[in-house]
Write a protein that binds this ligand. Structure first.
Ligand code: ASP
Length: 333
């Protein structure tokens, strides 16, 4: 059987890091990464490209667009793509790519590591091998491969900061596992015959996590400086009333000024349901806010940036927000 062709796109991260005076920083190119795993040529024919060398703390939505643009430009040449990326914001990039490269019938696999490839104990080599295996498999769509797990790009979250088991799939099953170089698929994501590529992202999206007693002035400030505000509330969701009308009036003023407001929850699993309690039901019934339901906050951020890159028309924004992309939202309106 003819070997698959895979493009390894380097972006930086711990996987490519070396120790310097102030700590770890990304130094190695994707070509240098491959020198550590020469046996990769038994899995596929691999080519390299280095887009930037950043700690993923410094990755911005414009970098997602550059990765998506590279996949678009080189789409016909390759059967699959691996993006080597820092773990800290990998779930945001995975969500971002899920909106910028929609319905992709070829695999787009993000991976990275908790320990650099040059360290004696490292998860880099296994993660890279597994990612390349998945990228050569014909599985469709944007995925994250880490510590043997295959996670849908819209459902990934970094849930551990140090151990190798760094990522979880939130409110959605794993797509599969990689064990001893073999893929055990649980779910085969659907795809189109050709992907739909987008290149516009609007980064003017803010996130506010509520804490008890938080001043609504922060929400007003964020609404003033952005096109959308995501409010991470408590439990199934609600807006506080510490003083008559404080949060309610602030959100209403933002909406009246044409901004988008999305309510979500800071509880990791199961999602929001604003209609349950009076504190949520009152805004849900009376204001044109959106609700994230079972979506991850990472996916909500990336989806809003993709939507607001195309339109600010309220009806369109709502329509696009609730239309599932890569199984990002399962619950209905
Ligand atoms: N700070 C690193 C990064 O996100 C962490 C990692 O890659 O694991 O680039």
């Amino acid at each position: 059987m003819e070997k698959k062709r895979v493009l390894l796109i380097g972006t930086g991260g711990t996987i490519a890091s070396e120790m310097g005076e102030n700590g770890l920083s990304p130094e190695l190119t994707s070509e240098q990464l491959l020198k550590y795993i020469p046996d990769i040529s038994s899995i596929c024919d691999i080519a390299c490209c280095q887009l930037f060398s950043l700690d993923s703390t410094n990755i911005q939505p414009k970098h997602w667009a550059r990765i998506a643009g590279t996949i678009r430009a080189r789409y016909r040449e390759f059967d699959g793509f691996v993006v080597a990326h820092g773990t800290d914001t990998m779930a945001y990039t995975a969500a971002g790519l899920s909106y910028l490269v929609q319905g992709c019938p070829k695999p787009v696999v993000l991976t990275g590591a908790q320990r650099p490839i040059g360290f004696e104990t490292t998860d880099s080599k296994q993660n890279l091998r597994d990612a390349v295996t998945v990228a050569s498999s014909g599985m469709a769509g944007v995925m994250l491969v880490f510590n043997g797990k295959i996670i849908l790009g819209t459902r990934a979250r970094k849930t551990r900061s140090k151990s190798f088991e760094a990522f979880s799939s939130i409110n959605y099953p794993l797509l599969g596992m990689v064990q001893d170089g073999r893929i055990i698929p649980y779910i085969r994501p659907e795809a189109r015959a050709v992907p739909q590529f987008y290149d516009a992202v609007n980064p003017r999206v803010a996130l506010m996590k509520l804490i008890p007693g938080a001043d609504c002035g922060a929400a007003a400030y964020l609404l003033e400086r952005n096109d959308a505000l995501i409010i991470e509330s408590f439990g199934v969701g609600g807006l506080p009333t510490y003083k008559a009308g404080d949060y309610y009036d602030t959100v209403k003023a933002g909406l009246d000024a044409g901004k988008t407001v999305v309510m979500t929850t800071q509880v990791e699993n199961e999602g929001s349901d604003l209609a349950v309690y009076h504190v949520g039901g009152a805004i849900k019934r009376n204001l044109p806010i959106l609700e994230a339901y079972d979506m991850t906050t990472e996916a909500v951020c990336a989806k809003l940036m993709w939507i607001l890159g195309q339109t600010t028309d309220r009806k369109w924004v709502e329509e696009l927000f609730y239309t599932p992309v890569a199984c990002d939202i399962l619950a209905g309106k």
